[in-house]
Design a protein around this ligand. Structure first.
Ligand code: CA
Length: 277
């Protein structure tokens, strides 16, 4: 179901991919370009983290060519091949910038963009084979930070990435969330209660971290399904959320029947209450 521009892109990226594997056989010059200095030099010395770029693209060769290119340019790169996994990555704060293909399978990329913008200010650069002024204006109005048309040059895309990261306040991700005797460490993915590590499953950790990142804010079960699971009620029951909240409470609450951290807002949902002491 690809339109013409998408086919052109496939060819283009097939060449780019070949060049990654055999950089000395006349592939595009950009692959041979030496890795640039760290794009994070503008960041504070306290944060020596490289920015993480999420490449949301269903075309495998295009995705891996972008992955290699940006990694060589000094970024961390994560990949997503569809809309739900892109949203999951974004809502778990694992990207500083998103390169979003509009032609993700089964999902209109503009829907993905709309969902991102409902919940996150992460910079988004749209990559699309659809070269129409209308499309560019529409996505920029929806909150995209830039728009590149396929086929594009990788160095140009990288320059745009730098420009967008410079403009936007770099998202300073707090690694450790500390609430009295409850400590959540995003880097090591550990939860500590009164100096004891509490083992959590992946989703339990994601849920707790998500709630604790916005203390006081109430989230409905639907919100949490979408933002922690990258899912919707059509795919997953709301009881999934209820059950995970129950299990997290058993692990972190001094008295799970009368929760202090994750409180229920009757008829609405849950919130993380930052009441230290
Ligand atoms: Ca695509």
């Amino acid at each position: 179901m690809l339109d013409m521009p998408e086919r052109t892109v496939r060819k283009q990226h097939a060449r780019g991919d070949a060049a990654v594997r055999a950089p000395h056989h006349g592939g595009p010059r950009f692959i041979d370009a030496p890795a640039t200095t760290s794009p994070f030099e503008h960041r504070s010395a306290a944060s020596d983290l490289q920015p993480t770029i999420l490449v949301a693209e269903d075309d495998h060769s295009c995705r891996s060519a972008l992955h290699h290119f940006f990694e060589r340019s000094g970024y961390r790169v994560t990949e997503a091949a569809d809309g739900p996994s892109s949203l999951r990555a974004i809502f778990q704060h694992s990207a500083d910038l998103v390169i979003l293909d509009l032609g993700l399978p089964g999902v209109d990329g503009t829907d993905v963009l709309a969902k991102i913008r409902r919940h996150s200010a992460v910079p988004v650069i749209i990559c699309s084979g659809r070269d129409s002024e209308e499309e560019r204006i529409r996505t920029l109005n929806m909150g995209a930070d830039d728009f590149v048309v396929k086929p594009f040059s990788f160095p140009e895309l990288e320059a745009r990435v730098r420009a967008v990261l410079r403009r936007g306040a770099p998202q300073t991700v707090t690694t450790r969330l500390v609430f009295g005797d409850l400590v959540i460490d995003r880097d090591t993915r550990t939860v500590t209660v009164r100096d004891e590590v509490v083992p959590t499953t992946r989703k339990e950790f994601d849920l707790l971290t998500f709630l604790a990142s916005s203390p006081g804010q109430v989230f409905s079960r639907e919100d949490l399904l979408e933002r922690v699971w990258g899912s919707t009620e059509q795919w997953q029951g709301r009881s999934t959320v209820t059950e995970h909240v129950r299990r997290v409470r058993l692990k972190i609450e001094p008295d799970p029947d009368s929760p202090r951290w994750i409180t229920t807002v009757r008829g609405v949902g849950y919130r993380f209450s930052n009441i230290s002491g």
